[in-house]
Design a protein around this ligand. Structure first.
Ligand SMILES: *Cc1c(COP(=O)(O)O)cnc(C)c1O
Length: 362
C-alpha cells in the first residue's frame, strides 16, 4: 500500500468543538460546518463525532454532500448553506434537508414539491448584508415576504447572513454588516414576519464578535484546528503523512525534478516521498516548503510532481528508507506554514487533500 495518509485526530476535533461551546455558552446552537468533506477530514466520521459531542446540527454546501450524510444514517438537521437548485426540491423534501433560500422562484418550486408530498419544508432566508455573493438585500425583504407569505408548504425557520471580513482585525466592516443585519431583522419584526433563529457567525466572528452569536453559530475552520484569533486553544486535527520510498546521493551540480529548477550545490542526500499535487499537496510549494523528518525540518527541492516530491535530508542524522515524514500538522510544520508558503489559506490546503489520500482516524 502506498504509504501516504492523513491522520485525523478525533480527540483534537472534540477539543476544538469544546472550545466553540466554551466561547458561545450553553444557549447558542452550534451548526458544525462539514462542507467539502469536512474541510478534507472526512464528513461522515467527523459529523458523527460532532453530533455526539455538542453540535446541534450540520451545515454543508451542496445537496450531494447532505445526501452522503443521510446515507450514513445521520438523522440530525442538515442545513444547505448555499441554497438549492429548483431541480433538487424533491430530494430536499424526501431527505428532510433545510435549505438556505434567497430566491422566490426556488421557494415556489419548494412549495410545490412540499404540497405534492403533503409535507412542509423549513427554510432560512439568506440576507446579503455586504458579502455580495448570495442573498436578498434588506431593501428587497418586503416584496420577498409579500409573495412568500402566500406560499403553502414552506415555513421560514431562520434568517441569516454571512460576514465577509470578520478575520481582519483592523476592519470595521463586520460591525457595519451586523448593523445592516439587525436593521433587516427589525424590519421583519415590523412586518410581523415570524421565525425561530437568526445567525451570522463563522469561526472568526464567533471569536471576535459576541454580538454575532445570536441563536446559532456556524464554525468551520476552527473545528479543524486553524483560524484562532488568539483567545482559543485550537489543536490541529489533520496530520498529513508519508514515508521515504527512496534515498539517493547526488553529487554537486545535479538537477532535481522536472525542469531542473533546483540544482544541488553540495553532495546531497535526496529522499523521494510518494505525495504530489494530485494528492492535494500544492505545486506552488515547489522549492518553498519544508517537511518534518525525525524531529528536523528538511527542505523540499525541485518541482512538486503529480505523485512525488523530493527533499534534501543531508542534515537528518540516521535517515532511512521507510522513515515517517510529516507534511503538516505536527509541532514543526503547521498547515498555516504550508498555506503561507503556497500563498493561500489553510481552508484551501485542507479541503483540497484529495480522495487518493486515505483518512485514518485516531
Ligand atoms: C463555510 C461557511 C461557514 C464556516 O466558515 P469558517 O470560516 O470556516 O468558520 C459559515 N457560514 C457559511 C455561510 C459558510 O459558507
Amino acid at each position: 500500500m502506498r504509504p501516504t495518509w492523513a491522520e485525523i485526530s478525533l480527540d483534537s476535533f472534540k477539543s476544538n468543538l469544546g472550545e466553540v461551546r466554551r466561547v458561545v455558552g450553553e444557549n447558542v446552537r452550534i451548526m458544525a460546518i462539514v462542507k467539502a468533506n469536512a474541510y478534507g477530514h472526512g464528513a461522515a466520521r467527523v459529523s458523527e463525532v460532532a453530533l455526539a459531542h455538542g453540535a446541534d446540527m450540520l451545515g454543508v454546501a451542496t445537496v450531494p454532500e447532505a445526501m452522503e450524510l443521510r446515507e450514513t444514517g445521520i438523522t440530525s438537521e442538515i442545513f444547505l448553506l448555499g441554497g438549492v437548485d429548483p431541480r433538487e426540491a424533491g430530494v430536499v423534501l424526501e431527505n428532510a434537508l433545510t435549505p438556505a433560500c434567497y430566491s422566490l422562484e426556488v421557494l415556489e418550486v419548494l412549495s410545490g414539491a412540499a404540497v405534492e408530498r403533503g409535507k412542509t419544508v423549513g427554510y432560512h432566508l439568506k440576507v446579503d448584508t455586504g458579502m455580495t455573493r448570495l442573498g436578498v438585500g434588506v431593501g428587497d425583504m418586503e416584496s420577498f415576504f409579500a409573495s412568500a407569505a402566500e406560499l403553502p408548504g414552506v415555513m421560514l425557520e431562520g434568517v441569516f447572513t454571512h460576514l465577509a471580513s470578520s478575520e481582519i482585525p483592523q476592519s470595521d466592516y463586520t460591525d457595519y454588516q451586523l448593523g445592516v443585519f439587525r436593521e433587516g431583522l427589525f424590519f421583519l419584526d415590523e412586518l410581523g414576519v415570524k421565525y425561530r433563529y437568526s445567525h451570522s457567525a463563522n469561526s472568526a466572528s464567533l471569536q471576535r464578535f459576541p454580538d454575532s452569536h445570536m441563536d446559532i453559530v456556524r464554525p468551520g475552520i476552527m473545528l479543524y484546528g486553524s483560524g484562532s484569533m488568539g483567545e482559543v486553544d485550537l489543536r490541529p486535527v489533520m496530520k498529513l503523512k508519508t514515508k521515504i520510498v527512496q534515498l539517493r546521493k547526488a553529487s554537486p551540480g545535479t538537477p532535481v525534478s522536472y525542469g531542473g529548477s533546483f540544482v544541488t550545490g553540495r553532495e546531497t542526500l535526496v529522499a523521494t516521498l510518494p505525495i504530489g499535487y494530485a494528492d492535494g499537496y500544492p505545486r506552488a510549494l515547489s522549492n518553498r516548503a519544508k517537511v518534518s523528518i525525525g524531529g528536523r525540518l528538511a527542505p523540499l527541492i525541485g518541482s512538486v510532481c503529480m505523485d512525488f516530491i523530493m527533499v534534501d535530508v543531508t542534515d537528518v542524522p540516521g535517515v532511512c528508507v521507510g522513515d515517517e515524514v510529516v507534511l503538516f500538522g505536527d509541532g514543526l510544520v503547521s498547515v498555516e506554514d504550508v498555506s503561507s508558503w503556497a500563498e493561500t489559506i489553510s481552508y484551501e490546503v485542507l479541503s483540497r487533500i484529495s480522495s487518493r489520500v486515505p483518512r485514518r482516524y485516531v
